[in-house]
Design a binder for this molecule. Structure first.
Ligand code: 3HC
Length: 326
């Protein structure tokens, strides 16, 4: 969809003075809220930052299909199964838009997929946690997709055109995902005692990992300051985390659920919910590959890639045949 940027052929390297002028003009465009498009000049570091963020985002969508895909065969009714199937399929679509957006920056999908499969590329920490029961599907929609929307709505205003446009549709779909998750939680929280306990248990297991999705606190975030100057990010990690807590806590209380945080307290003056310290050592462990499901997720992606090899070969053979006929 966006691959027109791949065949850029401007290989001339500007001298230092010209480069400084280009950087200045580039920042002026950003400050004026102009979109940067694939063929426009951009600093190498801006390109690298975008490829890093967009490819990680794409991988998160693809790996994110696994914990929920696990429940498609066990959804409690045909209606729930159809909804879950559609949701998981949406996530695949999001991954594809995002790989396409990253391709406009000159990195092929093959390169990105290879980086994921070799363990070099990151994907969101949240998808390394297990889905133990049906309430987890509700909690994922409510909390994980809820956190994703909070992070992704501002990305619709990202300075890079293809990424910002891809995010518009992604956010519409994520918003539906969030609502279906909250609806599952509502049904369970108002159901039998056993169902209410499942909803409470799912909230307890998914709450802290959902807060970690927003990334390290601002003081430890390597990329936030520069990404804000480039208007790739519009809010810092801590700002988005606080917004998420502020909207989500009343939703949980409405369902009669309790958050697993004794320090959670409304600050009447600011209107914000104060929350307890995040266990960053757990976050670090998950990023280093030692979360509960990291190995399982990587194995599943590698197996899917190997088992899909014949499809890629068939498509290439078809394309070559088509080329011969023309
Ligand atoms: N999981 C894994 N890695 C994370 C992370 C997380 N939750 N949060 C931060 N990191 C990584 C960063 O990628 C970076 O690593 P790198 O230098 O190797 O790339 C490092 O930790 C330092 O973090 P920073 O805060 O400095 O990094 P960023 O400025 O890139 O901010 C981010 C992190 C907020 C996640 C940002 O990259 C972002 O907004 N990404 C786009 C959205 C996205 O990727 N969301 C993932 C979830 S998608 C999803 O949930 C699918 C949906 O269907 C539910």
């Amino acid at each position: 969809m966006y691959t027109q940027g791949l065949d850029q052929s401007d290989t001339r390297t500007p001298g230092p003075e010209e480069e400084a002028q280009l950087v200045q003009a580039f920042q002026a465009r950003i400050d004026a809220e102009e979109k940067i498009e694939p063929r426009d000049w951009m600093p190498d570091a801006y390109r690298r930052t975008l490829v890093r963020q967009i490819s990680q985002h794409a991988h998160s969508e693809i790996v994110g299909m696994l914990p929920e895909g696990n429940w498609i065969t066990r959804a409690p009714s045909l209606k729930r199964k159809a909804i879950l199937l559609a949701k998981v399929q949406d996530e695949a679509g999001h991954g594809l838009y995002l790989y396409s957006a990253a391709e406009t920056l000159g990195t092929s999908r093959q390169q990105m997929v290879d980086q994921l499969l070799s363990g070099k590329a990151k994907y969101s920490s949240i998808f390394n946690y297990p889905t133990l029961n049906w309430a987890d599907i509700g909690a994922i929609g409510w909390l994980v997709d809820g956190a994703a929307i909070m992070n992704q709505i501002p990305l619709c205003r990202c300075s890079y055109g293809p990424y910002s446009r891809a995010m518009v549709r992604v956010c519409k779909e994520e918003s539906f995902h969030q609502r279906q998750g909250y609806e599952i939680m509502t049904v369970m929280a108002r159901g039998t005692d056993a169902q209410r306990r499942m909803a409470q248990d799912a909230l307890e297991r998914w709450w802290w990992p959902s807060l970690m999705m927003f990334g390290p606190s601002d003081s430890d975030s390597a990329h936030t300051a520069q990404s804000m100057r480039w208007k790739i990010k519009r809010f810092t990690n801590d700002e988005l985390r606080q917004k998420f807590v502020d909207v989500t806590v009343p939703q949980g209380h409405f369902l009669g659920l309790e958050f697993p945080d004794p320090e959670l307290k409304l600050d009447e003056q600011t209107g914000h919910w104060n929350f307890g310290p995040i266990d960053w050592s757990e976050f670090k462990q998950v990023l280093e590959g030692n979360g509960p499901c990291n190995a399982e997720r990587m194995r599943a992606r590698q197996t899917a890639h190997q088992e899909g090899a014949w499809v890629r070969q068939a498509l290439l053979a078809h394309a070559e045949k088509h080329e011969d006929i023309r």
